[in-house]
Design a protein around this ligand. Structure first.
Ligand code: NAD
Ligand code: 0WE
Length: 254
């Protein structure tokens, strides 16, 4: 291994449009050694194909609803790398019905699944990574503006993202003494797998171009660069924050 090279684990690669993939590319460019995880066998082929094209990157399967899979992953990472300096959590999910029905119809099971996968997983992953992050480092997760203002149909995901942002602050408090920083990036709408099939998604992007100060949509590479910045020396004084990468959309009142 290159002397001084840093190692990160990235969760949430589904395909080339994944925010996780844009982050992986920027971190690889910055010289990071990467472990990249995908959810299951169904996504394995495409994920492995992409990972094979990134020098020094290795793929691992990890379904974050399974404690044993998280434990096994970190055992593998400890064995292969010993030390971790970065964690990227780019995972979110709610059952499809929850994003279609009125929020009032949110089911107990839909609420549980959304919070388990989109929020609890960050706590579980941070706990797994912490013993390997003894040289300090950073954890970055992905959130969305629907956590603070109502975005029609985002529904229980908005509630889960609010909980995710609060989780970032509590983890930042716990991990600060060991020099591990925890932050969220609030990204503007990006056409990934998670955005496919969402009614009005194109209208949302159009509205952003009209209203955001930068008069354009966010490029996924900009989210990647921000994650790389937060995990770099440049981000060394930032923890517990939600950083907007939304072309300024969130600052507008009218
Ligand atoms: P994506 O579909 O490429 O990524 C979501 C990932 O979550 C997928 O890789 C999926 O396999 C993974 N996942 C779901 N359930 C899982 C489980 N049980 N175990 C392990 N992995 C699981 O879409 P994306 O847009 O790249 O989403 C990444 C993150 O960015 C999500 O947290 C999303 O909420 C957030 N985000 C997306 C946008 C957007 O407009 N696309 C905007 C802001 C924030
Ligand atoms: O966080 C997200 C996507 C989250 C998401 C998407 C899906 C679609 C497929 C979570 N779970 C699922 N479940 C599925 O079955 N975004 C920020 C993108 C997004 O999703 C929306 C949005 C935006 C923006 C849903 C409704 C309204 C706006």
């Amino acid at each position: 291994m290159t002397e001084g090279q840093k190692t990160a684990v990235i969760f949430g690669l589904a395909n080339k449009r994944s925010i996780a993939w844009a982050i992986a590319q920027k971190l690889a460019e910055a010289g990071w050694r990467l472990a990249i995880t995908y959810q299951n066998e169904r996504l394995e082929l495409e994920a492995k194909d992409l990972i094979a094209g990134l020098p020094g990157a290795t793929g691992f399967m990890c379904d974050v609803t399974q404690d044993e899979q998280i434990a096994r992953l970190f055992e593998g990472l400890k064995e292969k790398y010993g030390v971790l300096h970065g964690v990227v959590h780019s995972i979110g999910f709610a059952p499809p019905a929850e994003l279609k029905l009125p929020f009032l119809q949110t089911s107990r099971e839909g609420f549980r699944i959304a919070h388990d996968i989109s929020v609890y997983s960050l706590i579980a992953v941070a706990r797994g990574a912490a013993p390997l992050m003894n040289a300090g480092g950073g954890i970055v997760t992905l959130t969305y503006y629907g956590s603070e203002k109502v975005v029609p149909n985002y529904n229980v995901m908005g509630v889960a993202k609010a909980a995710l942002e609060a989780t970032v602050r509590y983890l930042a408090y716990d991990l600060g003494p060991q020099a591990v920083r925890v932050n969220a990036i609030s990204a503007g709408p990006i056409k990934s797998l998670a955005a496919r099939g969402i009614a009005n998604f194109s209208d949302m992007q159009k509205t952003l171009v009209e209203r955001a100060p930068l008069k354009r949509n966010v490029d996924v590479g900009e989210v990647g660069s921000t994650a790389a910045f937060l995990l770099s020396e440049g981000g060394s004084g930032i923890t517990g924050e939600t950083i907007y990468v939304d072309c300024g959309y969130n600052i507008m009142g009218f």
